[in-house]
Design a protein. Sequence first.
Length: 278
Amino acid sequence: MKNLIQKSKKISTKLPLIRIKSIKSNSHNFGDIKNHKIGIGEEFWDYRDYVPGDSLKKIDWKKSSKFSKLFIKNNENQNSKNIWFWINNSVSMNYRFSKKTERKIERAQIIGLILIDIFLRSGEKVGIIGSDLGLQNGKNKLISLASNFVESSFHLFDSRIKKGDIVFIISDFIENPKNLREKLLNLSENFYSAILIQVLDPSELNFPFKGRNRFFDPVSGLHKLFNRSENMKNIFRKKILLHQKKIKYMCDKFGWKVFTNQTNETYESLILKIYNYL
């Protein structure tokens, strides 16, 4: 854990801070992160659920008394977007073709920690999906968030995420297309703004295998043996490219963004793309 934090901070401190502007929720386009500037902040905006760390002074006791939970009354300048992170810890994320590159899980963890550190230093509130830890704010909160992030919940759901929050999903997205579609659809129905980061090993796109090889399919859980692996190259590449197109199609439909980062590419190139997008 210590090495992951040190490596991520070494990279993050060289990169620009990312500040997410407060925006008014738009029922027609929840994926638009920059469609409204911060206002004066005196106009009543809406209610949201109370989350640990909120000031008790902001609770609307009258509205809360009618329900079994606490509500916060937002003014325009208070309607900032919280940022949430989720990482895929499935078996496929442990893969790497060469010892010269990182495992996908390590790459995903460092990408997440770099972004978390940048957002914390930018003054944003950051949370980990499925963690018992509440939203954190402040540049000294990276260590507490890191342990929870690395051990993220398997389920991509958290009742604390409010409408319009930004969710970073870091995964290889190598799973049954139907299951993946259902997960993303559930997120979109809750009006979350999502940014997907697909982490892949170069071999998963280039398929450099030759001769007799045994492959494990993380979707079906089966092992498959090929005597002449090179004959499968075109078929495999078509499948992975089609899978990526389907992911992009879903993201475009929901107003989301998807980025791809291979384990032989630099971290900086990905973070700067995200910076330019936000």
